[in-house]
Design a binder for this molecule. Structure first.
Ligand code: NZQ
Ligand code: ZN
Length: 390
């Protein structure tokens, strides 16, 4: 078991009506005036933004609005958020939405007391404690950003998508009402399921041996997602299924499912280049394509680990041949993502063979070389994995 540090400062308010407590919980923590940050349409259409405003008004918490965060959020809008925080002396950032809104809120919170450009943090990874506190009303279980230390932003001008990790930007408050996820389109539900499952895979497959306390938690979350996934897709208003998935999404990425391990994160790196190159690509859909390809390429490093995963998550019977067991587990993974309605090839995402070379320079800039842990990958390896995914 490797050394680790772990901090998780988030206060969770979970269940029906959770969002009605936004105003009182913020007021209780001394919030005076917040940036109310949200996405394109869904939270307005559902009336959620109006309910949040009513809750803030009733508690005497002021707000300035900034909507319009797009999926794969762009740094430009976060810069506008920073300017609003400075102009109005805002003291909290309240994100209402999914990973994209929350990540944009994190960038705003980091930049609010910074004199330079917030993209600096994504370039240099410099740490700061001077971050505005963040509250979240989650509307889609997927990225796990409601408790994670990461923000991932696109910079369209540079055609980059980069992550920035800092414990100081973990949300202080997260309101999680599973009913808010009833309105998700099936594709977004499926992409979210894929993303949270991928967060477990990234942590399970690395170059550290068994860490049972961590691994068993991880495997149990994978099994839960596998069982609940068809339920939320078949019955979008099944409260208990939605609730289990919503809480699982948080547990998959707040950190506990990987402590004591190195973790891999090569596949997320490979995907982020896809959604930087084409921001219309949904992160989870990109992962559904890339994960089985990465698995096929790397499994010979440790087929027994894949066999264990196949046994414990998909109930596969051991054949006695570790390579065959590993390949069966990979087939099950691909079939699971396909059963959710996710794409299986890069072509389906509009990425073609001639695009692969264009992805490599920014991949190298973001991840360095070699990258990954289960198998250390060069850019040649990365190109090969993209080709396997075509
Ligand atoms: O913009 P609106 O109209 O709200 O629509 C959104 C958006 O189109 C819609 N949506 C959200 N809640 C809804 C809803 N539609 C109907 N009903 C609801 N209740 O769903 C679409 C996707 O939203 P988005 O926030 O983009 O989804 P997600 O949570 O999957 O976030 C994806 C982003 O998070 C990053 C990804 O790379 C991507 O940029 N990630 C962030 C991580 C982190 N911060 O720790 C880790 C992840 O690995 C990931 O990289
Ligand atoms: Zn992810």
């Amino acid at each position: 078991m490797e050394n680790f540090e772990f901090v998780s400062p988030t206060h969770f308010v979970f269940g029906r009506g959770a969002e009605s407590k936004v105003g009182t919980e913020l007021a209780h923590r001394g919030a005076q005036k917040v940036l109310l940050h949200y996405g394109g349409q869904s939270a307005i259409k559902s009336g959620l933004i109006d309910r949040i405003k009513a809750s803030l008004d009733a508690a005497g918490v002021g707000y300035v609005e900034l909507g319009g965060v797009r999926p794969n959020p762009e740094i430009g809008l976060a810069r506008e958020g920073v300017a609003l925080c400075k102009e109005h002396n805002l003291d909290w950032v309240l994100a209402v939405g999914g990973g994209s809104v929350i990540d944009s809120a994190k960038a705003v919170a980091v930049g609010a007391h910074y004199d330079g450009d917030i993209w600096d943090f994504f370039e240099t990874k410099q740490q700061t404690e001077d971050v505005l506190p963040i509250a979240v009303v989650l509307t889609i279980p997927a990225a796990g950003s409601e408790a994670s230390k990461n923000a991932v932003l696109n910079n369209d001008e540079l055609q980059r998508k980069s992550g920035y990790g800092n414990n100081a930007q973990r949300p202080k408050l997260a309101f999680m009402n599973p009913e808010l996820t009833f309105t998700l389109p099936p594709y977004q539900t499926a992409a979210g399921l894929t993303d949270m499952f991928a967060h477990l895979l990234e942590r399970f497959f690395d170059d550290v041996g068994a860490v049972p306390v961590t691994d068993n938690l991880n495997l149990s979350l994978m099994r839960t997602i596998r069982v609940e996934a068809p339920c939320v897709l078949a019955e979008p208003e099944n409260y208990d299924a939605r609730a289990n998935i919503m809480w699982a999404g948080m547990l998959c990425h707040q950190g506990l499912a990987g402590v004591g391990r190195h973790e891999d994160w090569a596949t997320h790196g490979l995907e982020h280049e896809l959604s930087a190159f084409k921001p219309e690509i949904t992160h989870g859909a990109g992962l559904a394509v890339m994960f089985p390809a990465w698995m096929e390429y790397v499994y010979p490093e440790n087929p027994a680990r894949f066999a264990q995963y196949g046994r414990e998550v998909f109930g596969l019977v051991t054949t006695g041949d570790p390579d065959a067991d590993a390949l069966n587990a990979i087939d099950e993974t691909r079939a699971f993502f396909a059963s959710l309605g996710m794409p299986t090839t890069l072509e389906e995402l509009g990425i073609h063979e001639e695009d692969i070379e264009k992805l490599l320079p920014t991949l190298k800039a973001n991840k360095g070389e070699p990258f990954g842990s289960f198998k250390k990958l060069t850019m040649e390896d990365a190109a090969e994995i993209y080709r396997l995914a075509l």
